[in-house]
Design a protein around this ligand. Structure first.
Ligand code: TYD
Length: 134
């Protein structure tokens, strides 16, 4: 199974410029309960390093780019998020890392649940154990 589930958003551009609209249960395959964005990230800083037990998210670089790594405990795949017209769907129990933020990068994340620290798995060994069913 491919870990990198991307979604191409329609660009509603005209001579004035571009516009992209994201709606729950349309372009975004869940009810959106939370939106957050990561910006001002220094070049050498990496973020993420966790999985979620029950959370769906779509990540979009609305400005700039960053390198996303997804890992399901068996394989690790990576891609550049480098277009405001490209979303990456990150489902339950996928370890994610974000690296190599470009200057001015704004990473927008749409999430299916409110923030809940108890939903995080922040320890990679613990993540692997859960994935192995231990
Ligand atoms: P964290 O999830 O560690 O960021 P990342 O995985 O991108 O490195 O979140 C950083 C801090 O922000 C942490 O204290 C939790 C808090 N936070 C919220 O309060 N609400 C949110 O929706 C998110 C994503 C984080």
């Amino acid at each position: 199974m491919n870990l990198l589930k991307t979604i191409d958003f329609a660009q509603l551009g005209d001579e004035r410029g571009s516009l992209i609209s994201l709606e729950a249960n349309k372009q975004i395959p869940f009810d959106i309960k939370r939106v957050y964005y990561i910006y001002g990230t220094e070049k050498e800083v990496a973020r993420g390093f966790h999985a979620h037990k029950q959370l769906q998210q779509v990540a979009v670089c609305v400005a700039g780019k960053c390198r996303m790594i997804l890992d399901d405990g068996k394989k690790r795949e990576e891609m550049w998020l480098d277009s405001p017209a490209k979303g990456l769907l990150i489902e339950d129990m996928v370890w994610r890392e974000m690296h190599d933020f470009s200057e001015g990068c704004v990473l927008l994340v749409l999430a299916s649940e409110h923030y809940d620290e108890a939903d995080y798995v922040r320890d990679y060994q613990q993540f692997l154990k859960i994935q192995r069913g231990e």
